[in-house]
Design a protein around this ligand. Sequence first.
Ligand code: GLC
Ligand code: CA
Length: 568
Amino acid sequence: MRSPARYFPVVFVALGILLSSVITIAQQNPRDEEGHAWWQHAVFYEVYPRSFADSNGDGIGDLRGITSKLDYLHKLGVDAIWITPCFPSPQVDFGYDVSDYENIDPMYGTLADYDRLVKEAHKRHIRVILDFVVNHTSDQHKWFLDSKSSRTSAHRDWYIWRDGKGPDDPPNNWVSIFAGPAWKFDPTTGQYYYHYFYPEQPDLNWRNPSVESAMFDVTRFWYKRGTAGFRLDAVDILFEDEQLHDNAFIAGTDKFGRPNMDEKYNRRLPEVHTELQRLRKVADEYDAVLIGETWTPDVNELKAYYGEHNNELQLPMDLLLTSLPLSPQVLRDHIAVVDAAGGWPTYVITNHDIIRSYTRYGDGTHNDDIAKMMAAFYLTLRGTPIMYYGEEIGMANNDPKTKDEVKDPIGKVNWPMEKGRDGERTPMQWTPGANAGFTTGTPWLPVPASAQTHNVETEERDEASILNFYKKLLELRKKEPALREGDYIALNTADSNVLSYLRRYKTETVLIAVNMSTQKQQPSFDLSAQKLQKPQARTLLQNGATVPAGAFKTIALEPHGVYIGKIR
Ligand code: GLC
Ligand code: CA
């Protein structure tokens, strides 16, 4: 028998390797004085890979395309990119139907392309986040193919199979968010399976420990490749009531004209939180960040997603913000709740599922000013912002005009009530040239005429462009500790035209005032409560704003004007 002493060197070497990797991660991800982690200072940027940059002329963006634009992203000032699903997929829901979690779709490239993208991104201090579609797989995933093959197959219980109540009568009344019932009958085994989205997106059964461990391993696979975290897709619907109780109908109809349903039994079950805590533990092994697609009916519910001990999602997105009007009153109240939720706020004004902010907030006359105003607003709040590609150049929605043009299946199925999400997913506008410089081939979605004026090349040359305004804002966030670390203090809380607030950190104070009205405004500021008796302002960035020299009491703001200044 060998003596235990002979194992010592092995143990030491192993310990050494473990320690040094822990130290390396800690060195890569140091906390600042405030104990803030890298993701609390970062500006994230969502890339829709199909539409960002096409390197091989097939009309579809790809990973090499993204890599070729890293210098642009670096100069813009973003710190992390979130790439929406780029895994092998039949593309029924443009990648949100994953058929293999541990590979790259050939349309987008290879794992080697991914590794190179991560390496090149890191050289530019940009981290890469992937999109983890946790709720469902594609119906072409090998797990599901096995699951549906027989009632006794190894993966049968990886999905949610149930008997119907009778012929053509599904197990209960739950509906798919994309149209029709949430159950599909499969004749091979004579049972129904559950799908919250398209029938091609069967829901995983997270109550099965094998599903959980397989999915946790997926995250490890990507963490080991240098992935800095995940945006978790549709987290609130991970679990369903085991007894499959019917949901109650409530007043009103949804956007497809169906009666509204209170999704009590298939949404936001308490088990979601237990699972997020477990997913977070794995993320913590790699110091990774978890961002959540957290749609809540009430902003107060965001609080729950941080976890009681800040042990669930670091960054649950405040998506409700995207549904609010340009009203200082409404926004002030909303921000107050998010800011007080106890975690780190995560603001978003647009994404691949929502009409672009430029179009949504625009009034047709002051669109560019409004775009700058919205940027000045959400990029100076306390928290982490997540931008959407093209937002920084004022890209507009380009909705399909006829049903034939529609690519997004929800638009095809529900036309004309729902046009689908193609409009917010059109190619990134790089140049005023052919196809906005996105591809040398035929782009998968058409480029709008507005690409002539709203594109990177043209805007880079124009000092007053939306793009240059974003660049200056992102630079300010890096330079001004108050914008990164400072408290948020609402000012003039009765003003229904101008939203204003301070960001205060130690001896530093930054004042932000945005005019959300179409009239000139001249708000007065009394900062004596902040011990600033005769405040003087030094302008950091403005658009249509004037402040008197010396001690100031008021700031003059043009319609949709913006003022950001350092206060002493
Ligand atoms: C999320 C995605 C959306 C997708 C859906 C189903 O809501 O953002 O694009 O269609 O999940 O995966
Ligand atoms: Ca391509």
